[in-house]
Design a protein around this ligand. Structure first.
Ligand SMILES: C[S@@+](CC[C@H](N)C(=O)[O-])C[C@H]1O[C@@H](n2cnc3c(N)ncnc32)[C@H](O)[C@@H]1O
Length: 214
């Protein structure tokens, strides 16, 4: 499953990510330092706690592969990692990691149903306006009894001026949206999810752990 195939043209943010790919890690580090750090820690803590030997894990909107690199350092060959991203230039930046790489959109994942034990998605849900469809895809490819972990930019109060500045920068660059929690909750209520947990964190971001019924 390794493809640089064509994907649908409604994936409008992809050219923007292609342009910023070389600078992405630096830009994202600034976001994490000033705004998304707590959410990222909660997300990574949840992901790490859920991992068991031999798990098949899918990272959707993998970007330059920072989560995959971290998980491989920690779990080595005990896990089987697959990365998906809609932007070839981002996917190319993961070439140093021994994983399966797939070009594809969160709105139509090129994987069969129930393929993975755990699906992760960090700061990529906000790349689509079709939240319900995207979460539906994350849930489709996870097996019954599996989990989906998501961290995303949320339209929640900013505690510091630096957060407001960064929020404006993300919106100006046009690389993502700040999702309204109510819209995400509406999408979740229409899907077959056994349990939704929102992990505590401050800042304009939210972390969700979704359980698929066994
Ligand atoms: C903000 S970055 C997050 C990258 C990485 N997950 C991280 O935590 O650093 C968003 C990623 O989503 C990708 N992306 C944009 N639109 C997408 C889509 N429709 N489907 C899948 N990935 C998409 C971008 O190419 C980019 O790599």
């Amino acid at each position: 499953m390794n493809a640089h195939a064509t994907i649908s043209s409604d994936v409008t943010l992809v050219p923007r990510y292609g342009r910023i790919a070389p600078a992405y890690d630096r830009l994202h580090a600034r976001w994490l330092r000033h705004a998304g750090g707590e959410a990222q820690s909660a997300f990574e803590g949840a992901v790490t706690a859920l991992i068991r030997p031999n798990m098949r894990i899918l990272d959707v909107g993998c970007g330059t592969g920072s989560l995959a690199r971290r998980l491989q350092r920690q779990f080595g060959d005990d896990i089987d990692l697959t990365l998906v991203d809609a932007c070839p230039q981002m996917l190319d930046r993961t070439s140093d990691i021994a994983v399966t790489r797939v070009l594809g959109s969160i709105e139509k994942l090129p994987m069969p149903d129930a393929t993975f034990d755990l699906v992760t998605c960090s700061w990529a849900l906000e790349t689509t306006t079709r939240t319900h469809r995207a979460i539906g895809e994350l849930m489709r490819v996870v097996r019954p009894g599996g989990r989906v972990c998501i961290v995303f930019c949320a339209d929640l109060p900013c505690a510091r001026v630096s957060q407001i500045v960064l929020k404006t920068a993300v919106q100006w660059r046009g690389t993502g949206r700040f999702l309204r929690l109510r819209d995400v909750e509406d999408a979740l209520s229409r899907l077959d999810i056994e349990r939704v947990r929102r992990l505590p964190c401050n800042g304009p971001a939210a972390v969700l752990v979704l359980d698929k019924p066994a």
